[in-house]
Design a protein around this ligand. Sequence first.
Ligand SMILES: CC(C)(COP(=O)(O)OP(=O)(O)OC[C@H]1O[C@@H](n2cnc3c(N)ncnc32)[C@H](O)[C@@H]1OP(=O)(O)O)[C@@H](O)C(=O)NCCC(=O)NCCS
Length: 401
Amino acid sequence: MTSPAGIQVRTATDSDWPAIELLDSVAFGYHPTEEDRTLGRALMRTEEVVLATDDGVPIGVAAHLPLKVTVPGGRQLPVRGVSWVSVAPTHRRRGVLRAMFAHLHAGIAATGTPLSALTASEAGIYGRFGYGPATVASDVTLDRRFARFRGDAPDPGGVRAVDATSAALQLPEIYDRWRRITPGAQARPKPHWDYTFADPEANRRGGSALFFLLHPDGYAMFRRRGDDDTRTAVVEELVAVTDGARAALWRALCGLDLMAHVEATVQVDDPLRLMLTDSRLLRTSRVVDDLWLRIMDVPAALEARTYAADLDTVVEVRDPYLDAGGTFTLTVRDGRAQCRPTDASPRISLDLDVLGSLYLGAHRLRPFAAAGRVRAASDRDLARFDSAFVSDRPAVLGWGF
Ligand SMILES: CC(C)(COP(=O)(O)OP(=O)(O)OC[C@H]1O[C@@H](n2cnc3c(N)ncnc32)[C@H](O)[C@@H]1OP(=O)(O)O)[C@@H](O)C(=O)NCCC(=O)NCCS
């Protein structure tokens, strides 16, 4: 792909960092703290940052960093995380992102990783590049003042409040156990933990510093926002390796007597609602996509995860962006798949972004078919494909990158 007239696209060098930070800062409307800078430099290798320039002046940036993501069945796949994507407001909608993405995806393809991933500022941007939303989460608010637990709701206990020093010693090990069994969750590098515990004031959005609740198999981080009647415990992270830990942590959060509300982002099937005598006290304000996936290597990705049912099908995957699709036989026995190119006629036909959405099991196939985004030779083909891709653990983004 050629760049728009007058625009050059190249790999960044170390001297570009101030310009990269300025582009990101203007695009996202924030002033980076020293902690932001330290984190960005620690996560990103300069040779994996793509820069667009106009007459030598940087006007666009996009980068990719190495991640390790759990897929259904528990394998940890190498994934490239696309991040730091922005184009100067003076140069938008001239094809600069497209030109940078051509360079960036060529770099990702060269690494041979089967998946690339991102989190999207707007949902309308990335489908055209083969990315589909692959996790689902809900922003919820609980009116804690009236919340009562049902008599049969678990009450395992075992939670205690700890300070930040103690949390820094214990949380990473719990997170690591959790992310290994959670599709979509990534290994979390130490610089990101350092950033979490540094808890820069600029990121608190008017709230207090973090508080920590610890269970042997889980933890919650929250901050207080508001005063008096508006006091709210804003849960920044709730990680539970076991159902018992999750129940115990919710009990502890609901025990914060002086907080009127508890706000959190939870997986869609979080059991809290089912543990309450009045389930309507937990209100969902927003359903959000977190992690978006692009499958770079269809056979490698499909063979890496496990499946919930046997399957014999032929699937056509269209990738108009990079031509990484094709038609494949997909055979599943005892949870493991074999995926091979074929000339046979497809039973299922879909775009790569839809396959990205199905991959971690967070979305079902039937709504995509109803929306005209999947074609199936028969209803039976649709049902079988759908049943195979279900995952028994909900997919969750581990940390924002
Ligand atoms: C999003 C952003 C990077 C797009 O850059 P850009 O150079 O204007 O994009 P391009 O001109 O290369 O557009 C490429 C395609 O994406 C589409 N597109 C770009 N931004 C879009 C948006 N915000 N919503 C919907 N479509 C968008 C274009 O219409 C074009 O479509 P087409 O080529 O299929 O017809 C830029 O607007 C930006 O920096 N936004 C603020 C920061 C941000 O949101 N970054 C993304 C972080 S995840």
